[in-house]
Design a protein around this ligand. Structure first.
Ligand SMILES: [Zn+2]
Length: 322
């Protein structure tokens, strides 16, 4: 990693930052091509490459300059990836433990309203900017509004008991600025529930994964970064819990475990060869190592499947109290 001139940590740390990798925009377009051919070219960014920058203190990682996903990207993703709006998930189950029947709940990025269907509370409102998802929620009778956070907060003055963001924060350019008005609206004992891809799990070491790169994911969250988020928002972290690698629907379990096995083997090869893992690996040497890891992933995945205890999966959920 090299020293960076990309300013300060967005979570307000005072220490140094480093560039993990500088990635050409064209490379990210190539990585998306098999699934979303041409979608990124519809609205190309005004720069040739982006840097993934990491805070030395809290390990929060973000992209600079910011490159946010367009509505076209999310429309394409929601139709091409079957589980993009999953019906029930680990993070929903964690959140339900912290929501009471008397609570007023606001969910940001509510998708098609799947969480609304499974939660018992006094009032539920979801916000979603994908019109197709809003329409699906409406058909199902869920209150999901096609509004931004600013529009919603300007239109209502009532305090909130719970604000939930499931797999949202990693898409946001400036998380503290985004969350602060929501936190200000929390009442006494109000809870902020956040679930993000766990950068401390195998997800953080998956190579050539466009879904974990800008413009889809603008940031990467470790447990340390989530702690820091609580500090900067003056909230108390009351629970932080990792999904187990097998705690997912059976139809996607094999893929997750194979990815986990592959990352484990790549980490081992990197350690032996003194190579530094990078988010994007396209050199000849990397291609050979990835081929070896891919070949070995199947038998290792069988072992992991048989004994998955303690292996962290995709998601970490954090619950904060005001
Ligand atoms: Zn930091």
């Amino acid at each position: 990693m090299s020293e960076s001139h990309h300013g300060k940590c967005p979570l307000g740390c005072g220490g140094g930052v480093c560039v993990v990798q500088t990635i050409p925009v064209r490379t990210i377009e190539e990585l998306w091509a098999p699934r979303l051919q041409g979608v990124l070219q519809l609205a190309p960014p005004p720069f040739q490459s982006i840097g993934l920058v990491k805070c030395a203190e809290c390990s929060f990682t973000w992209c600079a300059p910011p490159w946010e996903g367009t509505p076209e990207l999310y429309r394409a993703l929601s139709t091409s990836v079957r589980e993009y709006y999953e019906e029930d998930r680990f993070d929903f189950r964690v959140a339900r433990r912290w929501i009471m029947a008397s609570d007023t709940v606001l969910e940001i990025g509510a998708g098609a309203g799947h969480f609304a269907r499974s939660v018992t509370c006094k009032t539920y409102t979801g916000l979603e900017t994908n019109p197709a998802a809003v329409a699906t929620a409406e058909v199902a009778g869920q209150l999901v509004l096609d509004q931004t956070v600013a529009q919603y907060l300007a239109a209502t003055g009532d305090p909130l008991d719970v604000v939930c963001l499931f797999q949202v924060l990693e898409h946001v350019h400036d998380p503290v600025r985004f969350l602060r008005p929501l936190v200000d609206r929390l009442g006494v004992n109000g809870r902020l529930i956040v679930a993000v891809p766990a950068d401390d799990s195998y997800i953080g070491h998956l190579a050539n994964c466009p879904g974990n790169l800008p413009p889809h994911h603008l940031s990467r969250w470790s447990d340390k970064s989530l702690c820091r988020l609580g500090e900067v928002l003056k909230l108390t972290l009351i629970e932080s819990v990792h999904e187990g690698v097998t705690e997912v629907p059976s139809q996607v379990q094999a893929t997750k475990i194979r990815d986990c096995a592959m990352v484990t083997l790549m980490d081992a090869l990197d350690a032996v060869l003194h190579r530094e893992p990078k988010p994007v690996r396209r050199s000849w040497g990397d291609q050979i190592l990835l081929k070896i890891a891919r070949a070995g992933a199947a038998p290792l995945a069988k072992c992991l499947q048989a004994r998955p205890m303690g292996i962290w999966g995709h998601t970490v959920a954090a619950v904060f109290r005001r």
